[in-house]
Design a protein around this ligand. Sequence first.
Ligand SMILES: [Ca+2]
Ligand SMILES: [Ca+2]
Ligand SMILES: [Ca+2]
Ligand SMILES: [Ca+2]
Length: 487
Amino acid sequence: MKIKPGLLISVLVFLLFGSVGITAATEIAIETAVETAVETEIETAIETETETAIETETETETKASTEAVTEISSYDRAQEVEAAPGVETQVTTSERVTVHYCPAIYGDKIVWYNSTTDADVCMYDLSNSTMSNVSANEFDGYDPTVYEDRIVWIDSRNGYPEIYMYNLSTLTERRVTNFRSYKIGPDIYEDIIVWVDMRNGKYDIYMYDLSTSGETRITTSGLMQYPAIYDDRIVWTDSRNGQGNNDIYMYNISTARETQLTKDESDQLGPVIYDDKIVWTDMRNGNADIYMYNLSTCKESQITTNEYNQANPAIYGDKIVWVDYRRKHSGAYPDSDIYMYDLSTSKEMSVVTEGSSQSDPDIYGNRIVWVDNRDGYWQHYNIYMFTLETSEETGSIEPVEGLKKLKNYLNSLCLQPSTATVLNAKLDSAIAYLGKGEEEKSLTELENFIECVYSMQEKGRLEDKKVECIVSETHRSIDLMKTPDRI
Ligand SMILES: [Ca+2]
Ligand SMILES: [Ca+2]
Ligand SMILES: [Ca+2]
Ligand SMILES: [Ca+2]
């Protein structure tokens, strides 16, 4: 679950952190995605924020020059954080100009929008390595999110932004809203879609129930942003306690009760929710940190303590990911990285520390996606993915399950379709033999599979690091099949 879009929070990050926090990616994202009309609305909405931001701007600039001096020591400090184990893959490719933003992931599906010409919502299916355009019309489609087989986004084909949904199982599109107003940042959980709607002149949260086709206004004070939903709980950023003192609020759909979750007098921004855990960006320490509130224990905890900015979190299970500004590389362009915290091990790790900016992360299972501009500073923004290694899992699983996991793993690597087809065919054959109890034949197929992987490496169709990982995963499956009670 993550916040969509990153646009408003990017504006806020820009205003709060000035030259320190803004990335070229988010800057262009704002320009491209927010059409002229919407832009005016946002300008109006953040007018009050701007006043505060201007006051702190000088302060921020002073801090930026101090940071330049301490660059080496901050780099050294970053080295103390262990790199997360796993494999990185590039999802979208960068031929000529590419601008892909706002990725979200659920299961095998990654969605984002491409604003190269008019904006389109795209999807990559990791299970069969295919890419598709979900909103292929000449108008703008943007801010996508995905839940199971449902992709939700904002579409401007009717002259105003409306919420649309595409169902991947029934292959049908559905128009969700029908009101001439600006709408921002939809999120979905099961049958409930939430978003921010300006139909009353200010920002309120609305909800639509796909099962009843009923639309409900959740808030009335018009000071809400960034809604996120999990189960029957909607969370958002609320400025009713004053600008510079945003707080996190929650609405429970089942009980129709609203709760204020944070009381600190600084800004708490951009909440996301998974199960009983809500995480957000918190300004109470004078720099941005990630905080969490656990609804089961009613306890708030501080996730990051680094003196630089940590912002824009996403959460899945015990894993929290965010954009981290602790490493600053030399050069004219701002830098940011993706870091993570595992609540089950209490460990903070770096996910990607490549130069240039990495931003807007989302996470599902052991897959983390983000926007990356390492392929060219100005107009090259690609979607990348990191697959966290989960080595402890193989212990007691059946060999067939092991091979299916191997296949999922293979398909998570975003291989070229032709390469994926050949390798998948070999694995399917090994799985089929194993299913029929013909383990020797299955082992032979797996050995062929490894030969094939090496041959593709020689032809330059598979990168060395991927080969190493695929072969080691295959050997784990083979070992599983060769355990004494199996053969
Ligand atoms: Ca379009
Ligand atoms: Ca507050
Ligand atoms: Ca911090
Ligand atoms: Ca970076």
